[in-house]
Design a protein around this ligand. Structure first.
Ligand SMILES: [Zn+2]
Length: 591
Protein backbone atom coordinates (compact mmCIF):
# COMPACT_ATOMS: atom_id res chain seq x y z
CA UNK A 1 0.00 0.00 0.00
CA UNK A 2 1.66 3.23 -1.19
CA UNK A 3 0.27 5.30 1.66
CA UNK A 4 2.21 3.12 4.14
CA UNK A 5 5.46 3.92 2.34
CA UNK A 6 7.18 7.24 2.86
CA UNK A 7 7.88 9.75 0.10
CA UNK A 8 11.48 10.79 0.72
CA UNK A 9 11.73 12.78 -2.52
CA UNK A 10 10.45 15.77 -0.54
CA UNK A 11 13.85 15.98 1.14
CA UNK A 12 15.86 16.76 -2.00
CA UNK A 13 15.68 18.77 -5.20
CA UNK A 14 16.59 15.66 -7.17
CA UNK A 15 16.64 11.97 -6.27
CA UNK A 16 19.39 11.34 -8.83
CA UNK A 17 22.15 9.62 -6.79
CA UNK A 18 24.83 11.60 -8.65
CA UNK A 19 23.16 14.87 -7.71
CA UNK A 20 22.94 13.77 -4.07
CA UNK A 21 26.56 12.64 -3.81
CA UNK A 22 27.67 15.90 -5.45
CA UNK A 23 25.65 17.76 -2.83
CA UNK A 24 27.41 15.85 -0.05
CA UNK A 25 30.78 16.68 -1.57
CA UNK A 26 29.74 20.31 -1.56
CA UNK A 27 29.03 19.94 2.15
CA UNK A 28 32.57 18.72 2.83
CA UNK A 29 34.09 21.56 0.77
CA UNK A 30 32.00 24.12 2.62
CA UNK A 31 32.95 22.65 6.02
CA UNK A 32 36.62 22.89 5.08
CA UNK A 33 36.05 26.47 3.94
CA UNK A 34 34.54 27.37 7.31
CA UNK A 35 37.51 25.75 9.03
CA UNK A 36 39.95 27.75 6.88
CA UNK A 37 38.27 31.01 7.76
CA UNK A 38 37.76 30.41 11.46
CA UNK A 39 40.48 28.09 12.74
CA UNK A 40 42.89 30.87 13.61
CA UNK A 41 40.28 33.57 14.14
CA UNK A 42 38.13 32.26 16.98
CA UNK A 43 40.38 33.58 19.76
CA UNK A 44 39.84 37.15 18.60
CA UNK A 45 36.06 37.06 18.14
CA UNK A 46 33.86 39.61 19.89
CA UNK A 47 30.17 39.01 20.59
CA UNK A 48 29.06 39.99 17.08
CA UNK A 49 31.69 37.75 15.50
CA UNK A 50 30.72 34.90 17.81
CA UNK A 51 27.06 35.36 16.86
CA UNK A 52 27.90 35.33 13.15
CA UNK A 53 29.79 32.05 13.60
CA UNK A 54 26.96 30.37 15.52
CA UNK A 55 24.46 31.49 12.90
CA UNK A 56 26.70 30.23 10.12
CA UNK A 57 26.96 26.87 11.89
CA UNK A 58 23.17 26.64 12.12
CA UNK A 59 22.63 27.63 8.50
CA UNK A 60 25.21 25.06 7.44
CA UNK A 61 23.43 22.21 9.21
CA UNK A 62 20.04 23.20 7.77
CA UNK A 63 21.44 23.55 4.25
CA UNK A 64 22.64 19.95 3.91
CA UNK A 65 20.15 18.27 6.23
CA UNK A 66 17.84 17.17 3.40
CA UNK A 67 20.46 15.38 1.31
CA UNK A 68 22.11 13.74 4.31
CA UNK A 69 18.79 12.57 5.77
CA UNK A 70 17.64 11.28 2.40
CA UNK A 71 20.62 8.89 2.32
CA UNK A 72 20.25 7.74 5.91
CA UNK A 73 16.49 7.28 5.78
CA UNK A 74 16.54 5.53 2.43
CA UNK A 75 19.09 3.07 3.77
CA UNK A 76 17.06 2.35 6.91
CA UNK A 77 14.04 1.65 4.72
CA UNK A 78 15.91 -0.73 2.40
CA UNK A 79 19.46 -1.74 3.26
CA UNK A 80 19.63 -4.29 0.42
CA UNK A 81 19.10 -1.80 -2.42
CA UNK A 82 22.45 -1.02 -4.16
CA UNK A 83 21.63 2.69 -4.49
CA UNK A 84 20.74 2.87 -0.79
CA UNK A 85 24.05 1.22 0.04
CA UNK A 86 25.99 3.61 -2.14
CA UNK A 87 24.26 6.68 -0.68
CA UNK A 88 24.66 5.44 2.88
CA UNK A 89 28.37 4.98 2.33
CA UNK A 90 28.56 8.45 0.78
CA UNK A 91 26.82 10.15 3.68
CA UNK A 92 28.97 8.34 6.24
CA UNK A 93 32.17 9.39 4.52
CA UNK A 94 31.02 12.95 4.01
CA UNK A 95 29.80 13.15 7.61
CA UNK A 96 33.14 11.98 8.97
CA UNK A 97 35.10 14.41 6.80
CA UNK A 98 32.88 17.39 7.63
CA UNK A 99 32.92 16.42 11.32
CA UNK A 100 36.70 16.24 11.37
CA UNK A 101 37.01 19.57 9.60
CA UNK A 102 34.77 21.29 12.15
CA UNK A 103 36.00 19.44 15.27
CA UNK A 104 38.16 22.41 16.27
CA UNK A 105 35.15 24.62 16.85
CA UNK A 106 33.85 23.18 20.12
CA UNK A 107 37.31 23.16 21.75
CA UNK A 108 38.25 26.65 20.56
CA UNK A 109 34.89 28.19 21.40
CA UNK A 110 35.12 26.67 24.89
CA UNK A 111 38.58 28.19 25.32
CA UNK A 112 37.30 31.56 24.11
CA UNK A 113 34.47 31.53 26.66
CA UNK A 114 36.97 30.66 29.36
CA UNK A 115 39.15 33.63 28.39
CA UNK A 116 36.22 36.05 27.94
CA UNK A 117 33.41 34.93 30.32
CA UNK A 118 31.48 38.16 29.73
CA UNK A 119 30.51 36.82 26.29
CA UNK A 120 28.06 34.41 27.92
CA UNK A 121 25.88 37.23 29.24
CA UNK A 122 26.35 39.55 26.24
CA UNK A 123 22.85 40.61 25.07
CA UNK A 124 23.87 40.08 21.43
CA UNK A 125 24.22 36.37 22.18
CA UNK A 126 21.05 36.11 24.26
CA UNK A 127 19.34 33.64 21.91
CA UNK A 128 22.25 31.23 22.42
CA UNK A 129 22.53 31.85 26.17
CA UNK A 130 21.82 28.33 27.35
CA UNK A 131 23.89 26.81 24.54
CA UNK A 132 26.83 28.86 25.84
CA UNK A 133 26.08 27.94 29.46
CA UNK A 134 26.31 24.28 28.50
CA UNK A 135 29.61 24.87 26.75
CA UNK A 136 30.97 26.65 29.82
CA UNK A 137 29.88 23.78 32.04
CA UNK A 138 32.05 21.40 30.00
CA UNK A 139 35.15 23.62 29.90
CA UNK A 140 36.67 22.72 33.31
CA UNK A 141 36.64 19.03 32.36
CA UNK A 142 38.44 19.30 29.04
CA UNK A 143 42.10 18.28 29.25
CA UNK A 144 45.01 19.54 27.18
CA UNK A 145 44.91 18.76 23.48
CA UNK A 146 47.64 16.16 23.90
CA UNK A 147 45.90 14.36 26.74
CA UNK A 148 42.64 14.38 24.80
CA UNK A 149 44.41 12.75 21.84
CA UNK A 150 46.06 10.22 24.13
CA UNK A 151 42.68 9.40 25.66
CA UNK A 152 41.21 8.66 22.24
CA UNK A 153 43.96 6.16 21.45
CA UNK A 154 43.86 4.62 24.94
CA UNK A 155 40.10 4.09 24.62
CA UNK A 156 40.36 2.50 21.20
CA UNK A 157 42.15 -0.55 22.57
CA UNK A 158 40.77 -0.16 26.08
CA UNK A 159 37.14 0.52 26.93
CA UNK A 160 36.00 0.49 23.31
CA UNK A 161 37.56 -2.94 22.86
CA UNK A 162 35.89 -4.22 26.06
CA UNK A 163 32.56 -2.96 24.80
CA UNK A 164 33.13 -4.57 21.42
CA UNK A 165 34.04 -7.84 23.11
CA UNK A 166 30.83 -7.83 25.16
CA UNK A 167 28.73 -7.23 22.03
CA UNK A 168 30.58 -9.79 19.91
CA UNK A 169 30.54 -12.40 22.66
CA UNK A 170 26.82 -12.00 23.27
CA UNK A 171 25.88 -12.14 19.60
CA UNK A 172 27.92 -15.31 19.02
CA UNK A 173 26.48 -17.30 21.96
CA UNK A 174 23.96 -20.00 21.09
CA UNK A 175 21.40 -21.65 23.33
CA UNK A 176 19.69 -25.06 23.15
CA UNK A 177 15.99 -25.17 23.93
CA UNK A 178 13.12 -27.56 23.23
CA UNK A 179 10.23 -25.88 21.40
CA UNK A 180 7.14 -27.99 20.55
CA UNK A 181 9.06 -31.17 21.31
CA UNK A 182 11.98 -30.33 19.02
CA UNK A 183 15.41 -29.29 20.28
CA UNK A 184 16.54 -26.05 18.67
CA UNK A 185 19.77 -24.08 18.81
CA UNK A 186 19.20 -20.36 18.77
CA UNK A 187 21.40 -17.25 18.92
CA UNK A 188 20.73 -14.72 21.66
CA UNK A 189 18.77 -12.36 19.38
CA UNK A 190 16.33 -15.13 18.51
CA UNK A 191 15.79 -16.90 21.81
CA UNK A 192 14.81 -13.70 23.63
CA UNK A 193 11.63 -13.48 21.54
CA UNK A 194 10.43 -16.52 23.52
CA UNK A 195 10.21 -14.30 26.64
CA UNK A 196 6.93 -13.00 25.14
CA UNK A 197 5.48 -16.43 24.38
CA UNK A 198 1.95 -17.08 25.70
CA UNK A 199 3.29 -20.49 26.88
CA UNK A 200 4.36 -19.87 30.47
CA UNK A 201 6.65 -22.90 30.75
CA UNK A 202 8.45 -21.93 27.56
CA UNK A 203 9.01 -18.39 28.83
CA UNK A 204 10.45 -19.76 32.05
CA UNK A 205 12.70 -22.24 30.26
CA UNK A 206 13.96 -19.59 27.81
CA UNK A 207 14.97 -17.35 30.73
CA UNK A 208 16.64 -20.25 32.53
CA UNK A 209 18.59 -21.45 29.49
CA UNK A 210 19.80 -17.95 28.54
CA UNK A 211 21.00 -16.86 31.97
CA UNK A 212 22.47 -20.23 32.83
CA UNK A 213 24.49 -19.99 29.62
CA UNK A 214 25.54 -16.38 30.18
CA UNK A 215 26.60 -17.18 33.75
CA UNK A 216 29.05 -19.79 32.48
CA UNK A 217 31.09 -16.99 30.90
CA UNK A 218 31.12 -14.85 34.01
CA UNK A 219 34.87 -14.23 33.73
CA UNK A 220 34.45 -12.53 30.36
CA UNK A 221 31.56 -10.29 31.43
CA UNK A 222 33.11 -9.41 34.79
CA UNK A 223 36.48 -8.53 33.23
CA UNK A 224 34.77 -6.25 30.74
CA UNK A 225 32.47 -4.46 33.16
CA UNK A 226 35.19 -4.13 35.80
CA UNK A 227 37.56 -2.52 33.31
CA UNK A 228 34.93 -0.11 32.02
CA UNK A 229 33.96 0.96 35.57
CA UNK A 230 37.55 1.31 36.76
CA UNK A 231 38.47 3.30 33.66
CA UNK A 232 35.56 5.64 34.30
CA UNK A 233 36.63 6.30 37.89
CA UNK A 234 40.17 6.96 36.69
CA UNK A 235 38.91 9.43 34.07
CA UNK A 236 36.71 11.15 36.66
CA UNK A 237 39.94 12.03 38.47
CA UNK A 238 41.69 13.22 35.33
CA UNK A 239 38.71 15.28 34.24
CA UNK A 240 37.95 16.54 37.73
CA UNK A 241 34.39 15.25 37.88
CA UNK A 242 32.88 15.51 41.35
CA UNK A 243 31.24 12.10 41.21
CA UNK A 244 30.82 9.18 38.78
CA UNK A 245 27.49 10.74 37.77
CA UNK A 246 28.82 14.24 36.95
CA UNK A 247 29.67 13.53 33.32
CA UNK A 248 26.18 12.25 32.59
CA UNK A 249 24.57 15.15 34.47
CA UNK A 250 26.43 17.55 32.19
CA UNK A 251 25.54 15.57 29.05
CA UNK A 252 21.88 15.44 30.08
CA UNK A 253 21.81 19.09 31.17
CA UNK A 254 20.42 18.29 34.63
CA UNK A 255 21.44 18.83 38.26
CA UNK A 256 22.18 16.33 41.00
CA UNK A 257 19.38 17.61 43.29
CA UNK A 258 16.72 16.81 40.71
CA UNK A 259 18.01 13.28 40.18
CA UNK A 260 18.24 12.73 43.94
CA UNK A 261 14.59 13.78 44.38
CA UNK A 262 13.58 11.58 41.45
CA UNK A 263 15.35 8.48 42.75
CA UNK A 264 14.09 9.06 46.27
CA UNK A 265 10.54 9.10 44.92
CA UNK A 266 11.12 5.85 43.07
CA UNK A 267 12.59 4.21 46.16
CA UNK A 268 9.75 5.24 48.46
CA UNK A 269 7.03 4.24 46.02
CA UNK A 270 8.05 0.65 45.26
CA UNK A 271 4.91 -0.48 47.11
CA UNK A 272 2.77 0.90 44.28
CA UNK A 273 4.62 -1.21 41.71
CA UNK A 274 4.58 -4.33 43.87
CA UNK A 275 0.83 -3.81 44.27
CA UNK A 276 0.49 -3.82 40.48
CA UNK A 277 2.61 -6.96 40.14
CA UNK A 278 0.39 -8.75 42.70
CA UNK A 279 -2.70 -7.62 40.81
CA UNK A 280 -1.19 -8.90 37.58
CA UNK A 281 -0.55 -12.27 39.27
CA UNK A 282 -4.22 -12.36 40.20
CA UNK A 283 -5.26 -11.57 36.61
CA UNK A 284 -3.02 -14.41 35.44
CA UNK A 285 -4.49 -16.69 38.13
CA UNK A 286 -1.10 -17.18 39.76
CA UNK A 287 -0.09 -17.03 43.43
CA UNK A 288 2.94 -14.98 42.50
CA UNK A 289 4.55 -13.77 39.27
CA UNK A 290 7.77 -15.42 38.19
CA UNK A 291 10.36 -13.09 36.68
CA UNK A 292 9.35 -14.65 33.35
CA UNK A 293 5.79 -13.27 33.78
CA UNK A 294 6.56 -9.60 34.51
CA UNK A 295 5.87 -8.29 30.99
CA UNK A 296 4.05 -11.35 29.66
CA UNK A 297 0.75 -10.76 27.90
CA UNK A 298 -2.38 -11.27 30.00
CA UNK A 299 -4.23 -14.49 29.29
CA UNK A 300 -7.43 -14.09 27.23
CA UNK A 301 -6.29 -10.72 25.88
CA UNK A 302 -8.60 -9.68 23.06
CA UNK A 303 -6.99 -10.30 19.69
CA UNK A 304 -8.19 -6.99 18.30
CA UNK A 305 -6.36 -6.01 15.13
CA UNK A 306 -6.06 -2.45 13.86
CA UNK A 307 -5.90 -1.58 10.19
CA UNK A 308 -3.63 1.29 9.12
CA UNK A 309 -6.67 3.54 8.71
CA UNK A 310 -8.07 2.62 12.12
CA UNK A 311 -4.74 3.30 13.75
CA UNK A 312 -4.50 6.64 11.94
CA UNK A 313 -8.01 7.59 13.08
CA UNK A 314 -7.34 6.74 16.73
CA UNK A 315 -3.96 8.42 16.91
CA UNK A 316 -5.05 11.61 15.12
CA UNK A 317 -8.13 11.84 17.36
CA UNK A 318 -6.00 11.33 20.48
CA UNK A 319 -3.77 14.29 19.58
CA UNK A 320 -6.60 16.45 18.27
CA UNK A 321 -8.46 16.06 21.56
CA UNK A 322 -5.51 17.63 23.33
CA UNK A 323 -4.66 20.40 20.85
CA UNK A 324 -6.30 20.79 17.42
CA UNK A 325 -3.05 22.06 15.89
CA UNK A 326 -1.16 19.00 17.12
CA UNK A 327 -3.90 16.90 15.57
CA UNK A 328 -3.47 18.64 12.22
CA UNK A 329 0.31 18.09 12.28
CA UNK A 330 -0.15 14.41 13.07
CA UNK A 331 -2.69 14.16 10.26
CA UNK A 332 -0.19 15.83 7.95
CA UNK A 333 2.42 13.19 8.83
CA UNK A 334 0.08 10.58 7.33
CA UNK A 335 -1.26 12.59 4.42
CA UNK A 336 2.18 13.78 3.25
CA UNK A 337 3.48 10.24 3.59
CA UNK A 338 6.12 10.89 6.24
CA UNK A 339 5.51 7.53 7.92
CA UNK A 340 6.93 4.28 6.59
CA UNK A 341 4.84 1.56 8.19
CA UNK A 342 4.99 -1.19 5.59
CA UNK A 343 6.49 -4.53 6.65
CA UNK A 344 9.29 -5.38 4.21
CA UNK A 345 12.49 -7.34 3.96
CA UNK A 346 15.68 -5.29 4.20
CA UNK A 347 14.00 -2.71 6.41
CA UNK A 348 15.56 -1.78 9.73
CA UNK A 349 13.81 -3.34 12.72
CA UNK A 350 12.28 -1.27 15.52
CA UNK A 351 10.93 2.23 15.12
CA UNK A 352 12.31 5.77 15.17
CA UNK A 353 11.40 9.35 14.41
CA UNK A 354 13.90 11.60 12.67
CA UNK A 355 13.41 15.37 12.96
CA UNK A 356 13.42 17.35 9.72
CA UNK A 357 14.21 20.83 10.96
CA UNK A 358 14.61 22.54 7.59
CA UNK A 359 11.25 21.11 6.49
CA UNK A 360 9.69 21.88 9.89
CA UNK A 361 8.46 18.30 10.08
CA UNK A 362 9.73 14.77 10.76
CA UNK A 363 10.02 11.23 9.35
CA UNK A 364 8.93 8.04 11.06
CA UNK A 365 9.85 4.42 10.41
CA UNK A 366 8.08 1.44 11.95
CA UNK A 367 6.89 -2.03 10.90
CA UNK A 368 3.15 -1.94 11.37
CA UNK A 369 1.76 -5.39 12.21
CA UNK A 370 -1.78 -4.34 13.21
CA UNK A 371 -1.30 -5.10 16.92
CA UNK A 372 -2.25 -2.70 19.69
CA UNK A 373 1.47 -2.35 20.42
CA UNK A 374 1.99 -1.01 16.87
CA UNK A 375 -0.70 1.62 17.42
CA UNK A 376 1.14 2.64 20.60
CA UNK A 377 4.46 2.77 18.75
CA UNK A 378 2.84 5.02 16.15
CA UNK A 379 1.46 7.34 18.84
CA UNK A 380 4.89 7.35 20.52
CA UNK A 381 6.84 8.26 17.38
CA UNK A 382 4.25 10.88 16.40
CA UNK A 383 4.84 12.51 19.79
CA UNK A 384 8.48 12.91 18.73
CA UNK A 385 7.18 14.37 15.45
CA UNK A 386 5.03 16.96 17.27
CA UNK A 387 8.14 17.85 19.29
CA UNK A 388 9.98 18.43 16.00
CA UNK A 389 7.12 20.49 14.52
CA UNK A 390 7.21 22.81 17.54
CA UNK A 391 10.99 22.85 17.99
CA UNK A 392 11.71 23.63 14.35
CA UNK A 393 9.27 26.56 14.47
CA UNK A 394 10.74 28.13 17.59
CA UNK A 395 14.41 27.11 17.74
CA UNK A 396 17.62 27.17 15.74
CA UNK A 397 19.46 23.83 15.34
CA UNK A 398 21.95 24.72 18.13
CA UNK A 399 18.98 25.10 20.46
CA UNK A 400 17.47 21.83 19.35
CA UNK A 401 20.07 19.42 20.80
CA UNK A 402 17.65 17.85 23.22
CA UNK A 403 18.96 15.73 26.09
CA UNK A 404 17.45 12.37 26.98
CA UNK A 405 15.41 13.66 29.93
CA UNK A 406 13.27 15.87 27.67
CA UNK A 407 13.55 13.96 24.38
CA UNK A 408 10.93 11.39 25.39
CA UNK A 409 8.38 13.91 26.73
CA UNK A 410 6.25 14.35 23.63
CA UNK A 411 6.34 10.66 22.81
CA UNK A 412 5.36 9.25 26.20
CA UNK A 413 2.74 11.98 26.57
CA UNK A 414 1.30 10.92 23.21
CA UNK A 415 1.02 7.34 24.45
CA UNK A 416 -1.05 8.57 27.39
CA UNK A 417 -3.29 10.61 25.09
CA UNK A 418 -3.87 7.42 23.11
CA UNK A 419 -4.61 5.54 26.34
CA UNK A 420 -7.17 8.17 27.25
CA UNK A 421 -8.84 7.79 23.87
CA UNK A 422 -8.78 3.97 23.84
CA UNK A 423 -10.17 3.72 27.36
CA UNK A 424 -13.10 5.89 26.35
CA UNK A 425 -13.75 3.73 23.30
CA UNK A 426 -13.38 0.26 24.77
CA UNK A 427 -16.52 -1.68 25.49
CA UNK A 428 -15.38 -4.80 27.34
CA UNK A 429 -13.37 -5.32 30.51
CA UNK A 430 -10.88 -7.47 28.58
CA UNK A 431 -10.15 -4.60 26.20
CA UNK A 432 -9.72 -2.13 29.06
CA UNK A 433 -7.37 -4.57 30.78
CA UNK A 434 -5.22 -4.95 27.68
CA UNK A 435 -4.87 -1.15 27.32
CA UNK A 436 -4.11 -0.54 30.99
CA UNK A 437 -1.63 -3.44 31.25
CA UNK A 438 0.26 -2.07 28.22
CA UNK A 439 0.73 1.29 29.95
CA UNK A 440 1.48 -0.14 33.39
CA UNK A 441 3.97 -2.71 32.11
CA UNK A 442 5.83 -0.04 30.19
CA UNK A 443 5.97 2.28 33.19
CA UNK A 444 7.11 -0.63 35.35
CA UNK A 445 10.00 -1.40 33.04
CA UNK A 446 11.04 2.15 32.13
CA UNK A 447 10.65 3.70 35.58
CA UNK A 448 10.96 0.98 38.22
CA UNK A 449 13.15 -1.65 36.61
CA UNK A 450 15.51 1.01 35.25
CA UNK A 451 15.73 2.54 38.76
CA UNK A 452 17.20 -0.76 39.94
CA UNK A 453 19.82 -0.34 37.22
CA UNK A 454 20.72 3.14 38.49
CA UNK A 455 21.31 1.81 42.01
CA UNK A 456 23.25 -1.15 40.67
CA UNK A 457 25.59 1.06 38.65
CA UNK A 458 26.18 3.38 41.59
CA UNK A 459 26.95 0.41 43.85
CA UNK A 460 29.64 -0.82 41.44
CA UNK A 461 31.50 2.50 41.62
CA UNK A 462 31.09 2.58 45.41
CA UNK A 463 32.55 -0.93 45.66
CA UNK A 464 35.56 -0.14 43.47
CA UNK A 465 36.17 3.04 45.49
CA UNK A 466 35.98 0.97 48.68
CA UNK A 467 38.79 -1.22 47.32
CA UNK A 468 36.66 -4.26 46.53
CA UNK A 469 37.38 -6.51 43.55
CA UNK A 470 34.45 -6.88 41.15
CA UNK A 471 34.33 -10.54 40.16
CA UNK A 472 31.24 -12.24 38.75
CA UNK A 473 29.77 -13.24 42.13
CA UNK A 474 30.35 -9.81 43.61
CA UNK A 475 28.69 -8.03 40.68
CA UNK A 476 25.77 -10.46 40.84
CA UNK A 477 25.27 -9.68 44.51
CA UNK A 478 25.21 -5.94 43.80
CA UNK A 479 22.77 -6.57 40.97
CA UNK A 480 20.38 -8.54 43.20
CA UNK A 481 20.48 -5.89 45.95
CA UNK A 482 19.38 -3.19 43.46
CA UNK A 483 16.77 -5.48 41.90
CA UNK A 484 15.27 -6.61 45.20
CA UNK A 485 14.92 -3.01 46.37
CA UNK A 486 12.32 -2.66 43.61
CA UNK A 487 10.64 -6.05 43.51
CA UNK A 488 10.85 -7.17 47.14
CA UNK A 489 8.93 -10.41 47.53
CA UNK A 490 6.39 -9.57 44.80
CA UNK A 491 8.23 -11.70 42.22
CA UNK A 492 9.88 -15.14 42.26
CA UNK A 493 13.30 -15.08 40.57
CA UNK A 494 15.06 -17.98 38.92
CA UNK A 495 18.49 -18.34 40.58
CA UNK A 496 20.08 -17.91 37.12
CA UNK A 497 18.68 -14.36 36.94
CA UNK A 498 21.56 -13.15 39.07
CA UNK A 499 23.47 -12.97 35.75
CA UNK A 500 21.03 -10.46 34.25
CA UNK A 501 23.63 -7.67 34.26
CA UNK A 502 25.82 -9.58 31.79
CA UNK A 503 23.76 -8.88 28.67
CA UNK A 504 22.95 -5.17 28.99
CA UNK A 505 25.19 -3.47 26.40
CA UNK A 506 24.74 -0.02 27.97
CA UNK A 507 26.93 -0.88 30.94
CA UNK A 508 29.82 -1.54 28.58
CA UNK A 509 29.40 1.40 26.19
CA UNK A 510 32.31 3.84 26.56
CA UNK A 511 31.51 7.29 27.93
CA UNK A 512 27.89 6.38 28.43
CA UNK A 513 27.83 6.07 32.21
CA UNK A 514 24.45 6.32 33.92
CA UNK A 515 22.57 5.93 30.66
CA UNK A 516 19.66 4.90 32.85
CA UNK A 517 18.13 7.65 35.00
CA UNK A 518 17.03 9.82 32.03
CA UNK A 519 14.53 7.07 31.19
CA UNK A 520 13.17 7.18 34.73
CA UNK A 521 13.11 10.98 34.58
CA UNK A 522 11.22 11.11 31.29
CA UNK A 523 8.70 8.48 32.30
CA UNK A 524 7.84 9.95 35.68
CA UNK A 525 7.97 13.54 34.39
CA UNK A 526 5.38 12.74 31.75
CA UNK A 527 3.14 10.86 34.19
CA UNK A 528 3.31 13.96 36.40
CA UNK A 529 2.46 16.25 33.47
CA UNK A 530 -0.41 14.02 32.48
CA UNK A 531 -1.72 14.12 36.04
CA UNK A 532 -1.59 17.92 35.93
CA UNK A 533 -3.43 17.89 32.62
CA UNK A 534 -6.17 15.79 34.20
CA UNK A 535 -6.34 18.27 37.10
CA UNK A 536 -6.10 21.50 35.10
CA UNK A 537 -7.77 20.56 31.81
CA UNK A 538 -7.35 23.00 28.90
CA UNK A 539 -5.34 25.45 31.04
CA UNK A 540 -2.52 22.90 30.94
CA UNK A 541 -2.23 22.77 27.12
CA UNK A 542 -0.08 25.94 26.71
CA UNK A 543 2.35 24.60 29.33
CA UNK A 544 2.93 21.42 27.36
CA UNK A 545 3.42 23.50 24.23
CA UNK A 546 6.03 25.60 26.01
CA UNK A 547 7.96 22.52 27.10
CA UNK A 548 8.07 21.03 23.62
CA UNK A 549 8.77 24.38 21.91
CA UNK A 550 11.81 25.11 24.07
CA UNK A 551 14.09 22.55 22.42
CA UNK A 552 17.38 22.77 24.33
CA UNK A 553 17.18 26.55 24.73
CA UNK A 554 16.58 26.07 28.45
CA UNK A 555 17.65 23.36 30.88
CA UNK A 556 14.99 20.80 31.90
CA UNK A 557 15.07 22.31 35.38
CA UNK A 558 14.54 25.93 34.26
CA UNK A 559 11.84 24.79 31.91
CA UNK A 560 10.00 23.08 34.74
CA UNK A 561 10.52 26.14 36.94
CA UNK A 562 8.87 28.35 34.34
CA UNK A 563 5.82 26.15 34.62
CA UNK A 564 5.89 26.52 38.40
CA UNK A 565 7.27 23.01 39.02
CA UNK A 566 10.18 22.24 41.30
CA UNK A 567 11.89 19.08 40.07
CA UNK A 568 14.19 19.07 43.12
CA UNK A 569 11.08 18.52 45.25
CA UNK A 570 9.90 14.99 45.93
CA UNK A 571 6.34 16.34 46.11
CA UNK A 572 6.45 17.18 42.40
CA UNK A 573 7.47 13.65 41.39
CA UNK A 574 4.89 12.03 43.66
CA UNK A 575 2.18 13.31 41.34
CA UNK A 576 3.47 10.94 38.68
CA UNK A 577 3.26 8.03 41.08
CA UNK A 578 -0.33 9.05 41.90
CA UNK A 579 -1.12 8.78 38.21
CA UNK A 580 0.43 5.30 38.11
CA UNK A 581 -1.69 4.30 41.13
CA UNK A 582 -4.80 5.63 39.47
CA UNK A 583 -4.20 3.41 36.43
CA UNK A 584 -3.71 0.45 38.79
CA UNK A 585 -7.04 1.28 40.47
CA UNK A 586 -8.74 1.41 37.09
CA UNK A 587 -7.31 -2.01 36.28
CA UNK A 588 -8.49 -3.40 39.61
CA UNK A 589 -11.98 -2.07 38.86
CA UNK A 590 -12.20 -4.42 35.85
CA UNK A 591 -12.06 -7.49 38.09
ZN1 LIG B 1 11.07 7.56 21.87
Amino acid sequence: MAEMRWDLAQLVESVDPDWITARLEEMVVEAMGIADIYKERIEGLDASGFLALLELRDEFSLKYEGAADYCRLKYSADSTDPISKRLNEAVRNAGTKAGQALAFMEIKLGALLKAKPSLVTDPRLSEYRHFLDRMVRRVPHVMTEELEKLTISKDKNGISAWSQLQGDWLSTRTFKIIVDGVEKTMPYGEIISLYQSPDRELRREANRVVYDGLGKDEVVWASAIRSVCADHLQMCEWRKYLSPMTQSLIDNDVEQEAIDALMLTMGESVGAYRGYLRLKAKLMRLKKLGNWDIVAPLPNSPEKKYTWDESRREVVAAYKGFDPEWGSWVEEMYSRRHIDGEVRKGKRSGAFCSSWLSGKSAWILQSFNSQIGDVYTQAHELGHAVHAYLGSRYQKPSNYEIGSCIAECGSVFGELLLTDRLLKETKTNEERRAVLATVLDEFGMAAYQVSARVWFEQSMYDSVNAGKFLDGEMISNLWMVGRDKIYGDAVEWLPEMKWEWTMKPHYYIPNYRFYNYPYVYAQLFVFTLYRLYKEQGKAFVPKMRTILSAGSSRSPIDLAKEMGFDVADVGFWRKGIQQFEEFVDQLEATL
